[in-house]
Design a protein around this ligand. Sequence first.
Ligand code: UDP
Ligand code: MG
Length: 325
Amino acid sequence: MNTTNKKQLLSIIIPCYNEEEVIELFYEKLKLCLMTLDNTEFDYEIIFVNDGSKDQTLQKLQGLAIRDSSVKYISFSRNFGKESAMLAALEYTSADCVVIMDADLQHPPELIPQMLSLYEQGYDQVIAKRSRTGDSKRSTFFARLYYKIVNKAVDVQMVDGAGDFRLLSRPAVNAVISLKETNRFSKGIFSWIGFKQTYIEYENQVRVSGETKWSFKRLLSYGIDGIMSFNVQPLRICLYAGGILLTISILYLIYLFISILINGIDVPGYFTTVLLISILSGVQLISLGVIGEYVGRIYAEVKKRPAYIVQESNIKGEAAVNNDK
Ligand code: UDP
Ligand code: MG
């Protein structure tokens, strides 16, 4: 691609999972925006990652690749999740800068030229931040609450509305792929790597077609990942809670002992026994659960399984290198 002198290569990365309904429309819109780059410093490639779609997404991508040589695709052997899809494309590309975006047109491609001009001003991460207009009150409330809690609990700062839609420079891409964890929480990773960053805002868009892959269960597990992947604060909270409860129980025992010395043996304390047992076993179970979460994560990391398996791709030569990682 880098044939002309000193042109920089921009790579647009799009994870796709069951997006047959929107993929072509997305491509048309993206292409229109990329045409404005024709007389600039930039060449571009478009990398679609088919994340084990069960519909015709792959066939549509293959069709696009035949029509347009700037279209590349990587296709996974099954659904590995958006995080893995992004990682695969970041590892495959050799571009000078990349823009990661969703296939459902929720990320307006019109922002790309603005991102590039900020990149040229020396920013390594240009983060597109969406306003929450049009979101339901409930999801806005929960999102705000979540970010409040996470930002208190975790060492990296995460910004509400700032998702994966962003431009990364080559140094930032290298930093992201140097983090080898299998359990990837990219919001945290992008924030963790640092570099010079700036934000641009855009209006929230509704999904054009198809449906969101975020069920409540998936959101919950994503939320827990966010807290667990970046530090051991939850373990500490268990420790504190255990300590506080133990202190209270000891004080209560002393109080009981003294009151027995003074008043003689009381009526058997059915209520307090039940209360104490249930509180303590609750705390113990939660603590066990938290430890279990970490042990599970350690287990996943220790196995060193690859984050994804590529079944086919039209990017030549690199598949083999990346597959046996
Ligand atoms: N996606 C993916 N693998 C998955 C789930 C989602 O590659 O397992 C892609 C999906 O095709 C889309 C993007 O990630 O391009 C965002 O997904 P979605 O629109 O469902 O998320 P939302 O916008 O609702 O947060
Ligand atoms: Mg979406």
